[in-house]
Design a protein around this ligand. Structure first.
Ligand SMILES: [Ca+2]
Length: 313
């Protein structure tokens, strides 16, 4: 009798375990892209709350509290700050990957890869040149890459007006003309559309400064936010001593021909971020030639586009 009860108990446990696994698999959630926190860390509060109910029971669901728990305890306990797996690649992406992204899996931050072509040497007769990209991150499925050079002379907006990234000319160009011009059909299959968070720039610029940056956007190609630039390149707002080589970029000869301001000796230029600037008046975050983030009006002439994107491999 005792033995039978023991078996019944074990059987119930097994059934419960199977049901639990099934529930977890069926209920697998695809979470939004993790957000860049004010200290530069990546964190997905929704994932953290759903995954660690024991933390929620004590700390609640306030994202700031959850992130604080992760920093002071969760990280040391081996808890994850965001979902470890990315959405599965499509069959088409997988098929295209082998030729387009050969070798991408081994890339580390700072590596340079090539994908796509764009006019760069200013000689239209010899066709466009391969685009070089600096690897910012490799999450095991995708590379986060930023064009090495400032590729085109583009204003943020054609007019003097306050608009967020979602309504900017630069976003339309990056996801339209540039995307269509620079990449083959196979390459496009590898470029992942992501949901970009467009947080208020106040935490970057400091107390009393910063502006709302609009709604989240779905982008294939995009400018970095001030927080991404901070997390991956150590961006800081301009102060006297804030020269930052990791943020410096040179313009291509073609971009210079198109009107990009280019330093006469080192060829560095200015490149837009997708975040609002420090203060009202159509201001947008832009990186100066010496690498600090300043705030210029969005229709300023001579400032350029430095596209970024996620590529599946
Ligand atoms: Ca050329």
């Amino acid at each position: 009798m005792k033995k039978a009860m023991k078996w019944a108990c074990k059987w119930k446990c097994l059934v419960a375990l199977v049901l639990c696994v099934c529930c977890v698999m069926q209920g697998m959630t695809v979470y939004a892209a993790p957000e860049v926190m004010p200290d530069g860390g990546l964190f997905d509060a929704e994932f953290y709350a759903a995954t660690y109910p024991d933390v929620v029971a004590v700390f609640g669901t306030d994202p700031a509290m959850l992130y604080w728990h992760y920093v002071v305890a969760g990280k040391a306990e081996g808890r994850l700050p965001y979902a470890p797996t990315q959405p599965a690649q499509t069959t088409q992406q997988a098929a295209a990957n082998s030729s387009v992204t050969n070798g991408f899996a081994a890339m580390v931050p700072g590596s340079v890869v090539t994908i796509g072509r764009y006019e760069q040497d200013g000689n239209l007769a010899n066709g466009s040149e391969p685009i070089e990209w600096i690897v910012l991150a490799n999450d095991g499925h995708r590379l986060f890459i930023l064009s090495k050079y400032i590729l085109e002379n583009r204003a943020w907006l054609h007019d003097y007006a306050n608009v967020p990234w979602e309504a900017s000319d630069l976003r339309a160009w990056m996801n339209g003309t540039f995307y269509d011009t620079a990449f083959t059909a196979d390459e496009k299959q590898c470029i992942v559309e992501v949901t970009n968070s467009n947080q208020n720039s106040a935490a970057f610029y400091g107390p009393g400064l910063g502006l709302p940056c609009g709604n989240d956007t779905k982008d294939k190609v995009f400018a970095l936010s001030v927080y991404e630039a901070q997390a991956y390149l150590g961006a800081v707002p301009e102060t006297v001593a804030d020269w930052n080589p990791a943020m410096q970029a040179t313009t291509t000869i073609y971009a210079q021909q198109q009107g990009c301001w280019t330093h006469s000796v080192n060829r560095r230029g200015f490149w837009w971020l997708r975040s609002a600037g420090a203060c009202a008046g159509s201001h947008v975050a832009v990186v100066q030639d010496h690498g600090a983030v300043v705030s210029h009006v969005g229709n300023a002439a001579g400032e350029g586009a430095r596209p970024a994107m996620w590529v599946a491999y």
